[in-house]
Design a binder for this molecule. Structure first.
Ligand SMILES: C[S@@+](CC[C@H](N)C(=O)[O-])C[C@H]1O[C@@H](n2cnc3c(N)ncnc32)[C@H](O)[C@@H]1O
Length: 267
């Protein structure tokens, strides 16, 4: 099974950990909003190293959680953490979500965060498979980018803008889409789901806010890749670096972060 385009390696695993810290309060809200603790079984697909899985397990101690991902490094990390933490209700599943229907299990709930945006060509098929895998009345909670179109900084900066554009095009040129949240609700309905709740998180992030750190971190890790893929120039990368560095001490500086859609859909 091939890695997806963000890449799977130790540095990215550590970034995903920090990313979870930045978005933990919003993720927790979604878990509660979808009433996941009510589910006897949950599929967390594209779970990565398991930061979402452990978050779900914390809130759902009586739920059997299946943690599906196709990255061996992340599944190995997950297994190690399960052993270390002596967790009994997480079952790792090394699998491509595209093969979900090959498995007999069904679930009361499904969850994903930052997964579907990588799977645009197969989106309809995956949503139908999730629908099929849910028991009647089952719930699907997803957290995916709404857009990067709003991402701005104060003060404005060309390097910062070039970085945002780099992200947007990085998704598009590799078969993904960071605007997925604009049409995901419609596709969920077409797959048979009833939309139960929708909201957006992200936005105003003063310097030092967890979303500010997250966006800077993502820039530092990925801008070199954007330069390699001709999605940004080296000068723009350096300008964005210098901008974030200068913002550190600008107590009135802020960014408007990417906006994330949270959706709860019912079978
Ligand atoms: C950005 S990470 C998000 C991880 C986790 N959901 C989180 O929020 O921390 C995306 C994950 O989706 C997984 N993924 C991408 N395509 C997949 C596929 N076709 N089947 C299973 N997992 C996939 C990747 O291996 C990666 O772990």
């Amino acid at each position: 099974m091939e890695d997806y385009f963000l890449g799977v390696h130790q540095q990215e695993l550590e970034r995903l950990d920090r990313q979870h810290t930045a978005w933990q309060p919003s993720t927790e809200q979604l878990i509660k909003r979808a009433n996941l603790p009510n589910c006897k079984s949950i599929l967390d697909f594209g779970c990565g190293p398991g930061f979402t899985t452990f978050e779900i397990a914390k809130h759902c101690p009586n739920t059997q959680i299946t943690a599906l991902d196709k990255a061996t490094l992340y599944q190995d990390y997950l297994k190690h953490q399960i052993e270390q933490k002596k967790i009994k209700n997480i079952q790792p599943l090394y699998e491509d979500v595209l093969n979900l229907l090959n498995h007999a299990d069904t679930y009361d709930g499904a969850f994903c965060r930052w997964v579907l945006a990588f799977l645009i060509p197969d989106l309809k098929e995956i949503l139908s498979a999730i629908y099929e895998k849910l028991n009647p009345g089952g719930v699907f909670a997803a957290m995916e980018y709404l857009t990067l179109g709003n991402v701005l900084s104060s003060p404005p900066n060309d390097g910062f803008l070039a970085n945002t554009k780099g992200w947007h095009n990085f998704y598009l040129t590799n078969g993904g889409d960071a605007n997925i949240g604009t049409y995901l609700p419609k596709l969920l309905q077409e797959a048979g789901f009833t939309l139960e709740h929708q909201t957006c998180v992200g936005g105003f992030a003063p310097v030092g806010h967890r979303w500010w750190h997250w966006w800077r971190d993502a820039h530092e890790n990925f801008a070199p890749v954007f330069v390699e893929q001709n999605l940004m120039t080296e000068e723009e990368r350096l300008e964005a670096n210098a901008f974030f560095k200068a913002q550190e001490t600008n107590e009135k500086g802020f960014i408007f972060s990417p906006i994330i859609l949270q959706v709860v859909a019912r079978k």
